[in-house]
Design a binder for this molecule. Sequence first.
Ligand code: NAP
Ligand code: MG
Length: 402
Amino acid sequence: MEKIKMTTPLVEMDGDEMTRILWKMIKDELLTPFIELNTEYYDLGLEHRNETDDKVTFESAEATKKYGVAVKCATITPNAARMTEYNLKEMWKSPNGTIRAILDGTVFRAPIVVKGIEPCVRNWKKPITLARHAYGDVYKATEMKVPGKGKAELVFTDENGNETRELIHEFDGPGILQGQHNLESSIESFARSCFEYALSTKQDLWFATKDTISKKYDHTFKDKFHDIFEAEYKEKFEQAGITYFYTLIDDAVARVMKSEGGYIWACKNYDGDVMSDMVSSAFGSLAMMTSVLVSPQGYYEYEAAHGTVQRHYYKHLNGEETSTNSVATIFAWSGALRKRGELDGNGELVTFADNLEKACISTIESGKMTKDLALITSIENPTVLNSEGFIKAIRENLEQLY
Ligand code: NAP
Ligand code: MG
């Protein structure tokens, strides 16, 4: 077969440890034999971030703004142990945090659903994609312990020194206090990223807050989503045959449990923190979870939701066999290639992305899988493959589609 050509480069962000090993295997076995892979390569491996004083991370984010689509390998977020291990000049910030700040984006996490890895919730048939607002609320709150009797107030002082006050509570005895904030600009970016991603994936969008209790704070989230939807997205949603649905957070939780899935659930920061762990663990495995960062302008960065799988990497370095699941990393590539293909009108590339995903799914459904899945599958007598063997099995299935 003639290799598929790409007109626009994909921004490629390489990473660390076991996922860096998988990254190369995926390119060698599953991509370059089929595609004339056109990428602009950025090495976000910790050594190179350290050498470049982390400039490479900023450059890769800027390149994502230029070209629109990126694919990222998992990377180490340094801590004290990594400082010594890699002899770092500084405790560099999380690359994901840096990229998210530059793109002003929202992260969408979606499970990869296959037969044989059944979600705990029986009626969930399709993936539930979770979008978490990543700014403010309790994560940037100021707190105080109240020692005893006294009055607590919220005070806002404007640029001219004028004060607005609201009584919080007249304390009779000791207690606790917390001040939260958010920004209209951040809520608006969150809303636009959600609407963009719903359109891009043709899925309904759900959003929920506690606006009945929080009549100014949460209500602002509700209003912003409503206003942006009415002004910018209503017609586009109608054309795409999808809906925007707002409800109260407790009602949303009840409906999610009874639904069959197949929609995007947008959550405020705290709700998203809690609910994403619930949804992902109910779907089975972190190794089967993809993640995409979507900016309000419609730039996309695809990756796996898991980390660099450090424990497996040390086994690999010791010459021991590993059975690391590459599915989420492969789906990061297929997601990015599909989006690139859609933007460039490159049908062959879109079909390739579909086929690559089909090949992964049919491999697992035929009983060939890595150890993490073998432990939880309902398929009897699965064949456990090592990291490389699993990718080679996918290659065989992919070749049959060409
Ligand atoms: P991790 O890499 O997600 O792995 C945690 C454990 O989950 C593994 O030890 C393994 O369990 C299992 N696991 C995760 N992915 C797997 C896969 N693909 N196949 C099979 N098993 C898998 O998290 P971590 O070990 O806590 O973090 C390692 C490094 O990743 C850290 O330096 C952290 O900063 C970084 N990290 C990066 C990102 C990112 O770039 N997006 C996200 C999270 C963490 P068993 O060992 O029991 O087999
Ligand atoms: Mg959490």
